[in-house]
Design a protein around this ligand. Structure first.
Ligand SMILES: Cc1cc2nc3c(=O)[nH]c(=O)nc-3n(C[C@H](O)[C@H](O)[C@H](O)COP(=O)(O)OP(=O)(O)OC[C@H]3O[C@@H](n4cnc5c(N)ncnc54)[C@H](O)[C@@H]3O)c2cc1C
Length: 465
């Protein structure tokens, strides 16, 4: 495409910035994933919804692929363009449009960061249900478009579950509002309007069905008290049964974050901080919890959870909280103490959801891959949800020497995870080659895509579409 044409076409809209210099485009080639990126022909930094409409219409007229990118921190390749594509950068659409305390929701543009929104809500004693652990920089649009989870997941599950409605620029340039806002006079307040849930088809779509331009999110009172604690279990089986039990009994109501750790991580954290600690006394599995709410409720629930753990052979594992978890949560560095690796080296991430009974097999898959690829460093962890858990397999590698090995290893590991009943999460491009296994579900998604995006310009190949 002649870029000067695109620039001309977008001039006079909302003031979009069109980048076409190869140097400016380098940062748009890849997100934080190991999925291969391409060389885009242009990047458009949208500054208004009109810019988004104009860019989508221009790309459609020329049948040029278009990829949406916010902070680019996804590790699934959803923001990675193919060669010649246009990247639509939504990070400058960052206005908090309204905090409506009567309706209990915040209306924001997609490029608003969690850092900015939480700061604004915090001044009013409010917070969000689910906040990914991307630190302050991740955007609301990027999180809901890629099924984010994190703090709040034991209580509210996924970022998408906290969305009351959306404004979306469709591939033909039309502007759609979902939920109650389908009726302009009603505005955003309910997720469902007439018929099925149209909001849901854009959540986790990774930009493949439209560009999200407004998001209505439920807001909640900010908990007044926070404490952390850890529980150790003799094996993964008893840990898994314990998780099912506290979820079913809804003892997790005041748990805002829960992380499951395997034996290797437990040993490294504890003996790293306390070299004299007797290794034989260490549990095989640990669930560490961050509880928030009114102090008396948190204290009561904690006692109930510890009592429940003892029914499954579990016990308080205070040293893990002391040497690692409490600090991680208080400092808001979260489980991503690994984040440094993104800067120094690279890591491949496979994220999946699973039923609790799959947990022991999940850790076995990691152990088998550790043995098969001893030259790579493997780690695994769980994030507690309202029901079931999310699992992360992390493979650290040296970018220069181990690129091919890690790609082959993580593909093999992905296939093994599907075979034991793990379901892709953060799909992007990383899971795309395996989408064939999801028939007829995936075929239905492909049909939907054909109807909404007949020229197939929106994020081709992402989600295997
Ligand atoms: C250190 C670190 C920690 C992380 N922790 C977590 C975590 O705890 N939980 C979690 O879920 N993820 C986590 N992630 C992954 C990632 O940061 C999140 O998915 C994040 O929410 C993505 O937001 P982003 O603004 O970077 O979006 P991007 O990476 O720019 O985009 C993500 C996807 O959304 C699409 N998209 C973006 N904006 C729009 C839009 N307006 N309309 C349509 N599609 C759009 C993109 O095309 C892409 O497919 C982490 C990543 C890192 C590097």
């Amino acid at each position: 495409m002649k870029l000067s044409e695109l620039r001309k076409e977008l001039a006079g809209q909302g003031g979009a910035i069109v980048l076409e210099d190869k140097i400016d485009l380098l940062g748009y080639r890849r997100d934080s994933s190991i999925a291969l990126g391409g060389n885009p022909s242009a990047a458009v930094i949208a500054r208004s919804v009109e810019d988004v409409v104009a860019t989508v219409v221009a790309a459609n007229r020329r049948k040029v692929p278009l990829y949406v990118r916010a902070a680019g921190s996804t590790y699934a390749g959803g923001a990675n363009p193919c060669d010649g594509a246009i990247v639509l950068d939504t990070s400058a659409l960052r206005q908090i449009l309204k905090i409506d305390e009567d309706r209990g929701l915040a209306l924001v543009e997609p490029g608003v960061t969690y850092g900015a929104l939480l700061a604004e809500l915090g001044q009013r004693g409010l917070t969000l249900g689910v906040v990914p652990l991307t630190g302050a920089a991740g955007t609301v649009g990027g999180a809901i478009a890629s099924h984010g989870l994190g703090t709040g997941s034991p209580r509210y599950q996924s970022t998408g579950d906290e969305v009351a409605g959306l404004e979306v620029v469709m591939p033909n340039g039309e502007i759609l509002r979902t939920g109650s806002a389908a009726l302009a006079d009603a505005g955003f307040f309910a997720r469902y309007a007439i018929g099925p849930d149209l909001t849901g088809i854009f959540l986790g779509a990774n930009g493949s069905l439209g560009v999200i331009t407004k998001i209505a999110l439920w807001v909640h009172p900010k908990p007044s008290h926070q404490e952390t604690f850890a529980l150790g279990f003799p094996d993964y089986e008893s840990g898994a049964r314990f998780i099912s039990s506290i979820q079913l009994k809804e003892l997790t109501h005041n748990v805002w974050y829960g992380a499951g750790y395997e034996d290797k991580a437990i040993e490294a954290r504890v003996t790293g901080a306390r070299p004299q600690f007797e290794r034989a006394a260490l549990p095989r599995f640990c669930l560490a919890l961050d509880a928030r709410g009114a102090r008396e409720e948190v204290v009561r629930d904690r006692a109930r959870i510890v009592a429940e753990a003892s029914r499954f052979g579990g016990a308080d594992f205070a040293v893990f909280d002391e040497v690692f978890f409490a600090k991680l949560r208080r400092d808001n560095t979260f489980w991503y103490s690994y984040a440094g690796y993104f800067a120094r080296s690279m890591c491949a991430l496979l994220m999946c959801s699973m039923a609790n009974e799959t947990i022991p097999r999940f850790f076995r898959v990691i152990e088998n891959n550790r043995k098969a690829y001893p030259e790579l460093t493997w780690a695994g962890g769980l994030v507690l949800c309202r029901r079931g858990v999310h699992g992360a397999v992390i493979v650290f590698y040296d970018e220069r020497e181990q690129w091919e090995t890690v790609r082959v290893a993580s593909e093999r590991c992905g296939a093994e995870l599907l075979a034991i009943g793990c379901v892709p999460y953060k799909s992007g491009r990383v899971w795309a080659p395996m989408m064939e296994r999801f028939r007829p579900y995936h075929a239905t998604l492909a049909n939907l895509k054909k109807v909404l995006d007949p020229n197939g310009i929106m994020s081709p190949e992402v989600l295997g579409l």
